[in-house]
Design a protein around this ligand. Sequence first.
Ligand SMILES: Cc1ncc(COP(=O)(O)O)c(C=O)c1O
Length: 405
Amino acid sequence: MRALYPALADGHAYLDGAAGTQVPVSVIEAITATYRAGMGNLGGAFAASDRSGAIVADARAAVADLVGAAPEGVVFGPSATALAYRIADALSRAWTAGDDIVVSRLDHDSNVRPWIQAAGRAGVTVKWAEFDLVTGELPTAQYADLVGPRTRLVAVTAASNAIGTRPDVAAIAQFAHGVGALCYVDGVHATPHGPVDVAGLNADFYSTSAYKWSGPHLAALAADPGLLETVWPDKLAPSSNEVPWRFERGTLPFADLAGVTAAVDHLAALASPPAPGSGSLVPGGAPASRRERVLASMAAVEAYESALFTRLLGGLAELDHVTLYGKAARRAPTAFFSVAGVTPRAVAEHLAARGVNVWDGDNYAYELCTVLGLEPDGAVRAGLVHYNDASDVDRLLAGVASLAG
Ligand SMILES: Cc1ncc(COP(=O)(O)O)c(C=O)c1O
């Protein structure tokens, strides 16, 4: 499978997947084929325009299969951050002074600041869910106190992009629903690491960025189309009033959307590649839908990454000069650590010189790094994805070990 990713041929250990993955050749080819075929904007009377329409429909269906949503409720945007601002802006028009919202200090700032800024404009109170500084868990019980009759929205991540914690989103969303509030779930870090079922999470909105799961740089938001019907964002007069179109501003990136579909097809094939000449078959010959194949693949990805993560955490824990942050019971395979006496940037440079790519800084987990006392330098993040292997992990461990003393 690694051979499907041309970028991996440079020999670097790409442990920076949490900041964006490499793409397989099928994604690159889908994007270039779209440009080569001749492309038109939507709504024209000619074939190239029809092709773009089909690309958008295919991409909505692909994201729907990836996260378990309805294609008619999939909204595309340039980034998860842009989509969060779009929805915060639209939802907050119905908020009034005295209402409140709940955000968490575990979250990436893109699921915090858009809500705080919208709340500020509407005179709405912001309440904070706190994570346990030692374990990194986000205790669910606190939401019983945080959520009240005036709560309009609860924003929470499905996985921390710094310490990996996977909160009990379904239970948190239930608190929100109990008082008629909505739950906006940041699925950007969770999506690449295991099966996702938006309905099972009780999420009203679920955001995901394709560039974190082997796709191009764009994002999608999945919501119940019926819910989207009740929300009116700012839009141009002649642009569509229909859902999900009215949430998409301007012309969509058609070639990249072809890449989104290719990325989902790539993931769907990880555990059960299509049998040559016989369409998509699971072992044993039964036809499987793409959704079923995605679920099987992502379960395999989760199991594979989990074993690799155990190796990574075990190796780091043996190093006395390393401090690891977070040890939640349910985690995405993302390690966040400091090295005594060496700045995170210097650690990353030391590793880069050894062909190991890691991220340094707060990774926009700004509140988390603030309460952990890690601002402004943050820490070092090594994140695993399905194309990493034991040699990537061992090279990282050797590089960090060589910083001792
Ligand atoms: C958990 C999480 N949420 C949101 C984002 C922001 O995504 P985007 O770059 O698509 O705005 C990131 C990006 O790193 C992330 O890891």
